[in-house]
Ligand binder design. Sequence first.
Ligand code: NAP
Length: 283
Amino acid sequence: MRFKNKVGIITGSSRGIGRATAIELCKQGAKVVLNGRSQGQLLKTRDELLTMGFDVIALQGDATSVVDCEYVVEETIKAYGQLDFLVNNGSSTMNESFEKIEPDTFHDVFCSNSLGAVLPTMAALPYLKQSKGSVLFISSLAGLHGMPSASAYSAGKMALTGFWQSLKIELSHTGIHFGICYLGFTENDAEKRMLTADGTLVPVPKRPAYLIKSQKQVAQLIAKSIYYRKSRRVISTVGKLTAFMFRFCPRLAMYLMIKSQRREEKRGGFAKIEIGKRKIKTI
Ligand SMILES: NC(=O)c1ccc[n+]([C@@H]2O[C@H](COP(=O)([O-])OP(=O)(O)OC[C@H]3O[C@@H](n4cnc5c(N)ncnc54)[C@H](OP(=O)(O)O)[C@@H]3O)[C@@H](O)[C@H]2O)c1
């Protein structure tokens, strides 16, 4: 029960890794505030976790909206009276070349991965100072090196690194822990969608099983990062290898990346099945 009597907000915890992290932290005793933009999915997850016997509440909100972030933090304090950790996990992802992507779609993906972590942190800071709590940023291999067909996602995730480093130095006197986890390929929910050029949502392509970590494994490592107040963690063997290659043999690493991208293009890229259009909602 490492998180007994601790209260935390996990942005984007209505599904996927955020939801798995909420379950893991609740199992270890935490009270968790679930969050996401779509109410139906959020309430479904809340009910599921309540049925498991966990102490959770659900607060709908967009992590890129100042008003929503303030609402989520204030309601957390009203409900539990304290805040001990914030996991900046909510994110939209993409699969489109920079030449085709529309400005609005680039803006959405970039903002959800950068501002979507800045604004919750800003709102939570006064309470995290009181508790000397934790802020954990969920990044990706795209935050270690730019990935093809993911320019806005990579730019957003890299912005997180700069933000995390600035806060670590600037707010070192506060006693708050600022950590970052760079995740590699992780099991996706069947419903997970990504954006193409014009904001069309498409299913996420399948990845080779040997490269994938389960959501539970990743959630356990995220929980450990908060508990042990880890500064930086790369949760992927491929990620560690990529980081090593780009550091010590950058030209070879870039050559291999370009080769793999060309191979993907020859195969026709990922299947693009239209599911629906992007819907931006400010609450
Ligand atoms: N899956 C992987 O292989 C992988 C690899 C590397 C890094 N990551 C990172 O891990 C994190 C979770 O990924 P995932 O695969 O679990 O994604 P996911 O299944 O698509 O879940 C994303 C969650 O974020 C919420 N969300 C999206 N935009 C939001 C916003 N603006 N405000 C509040 N909530 C928002 C979504 O709910 P709504 O849409 O209802 O808002 C959902 O709950 C992300 O930061 C991602 O970049 C994942």
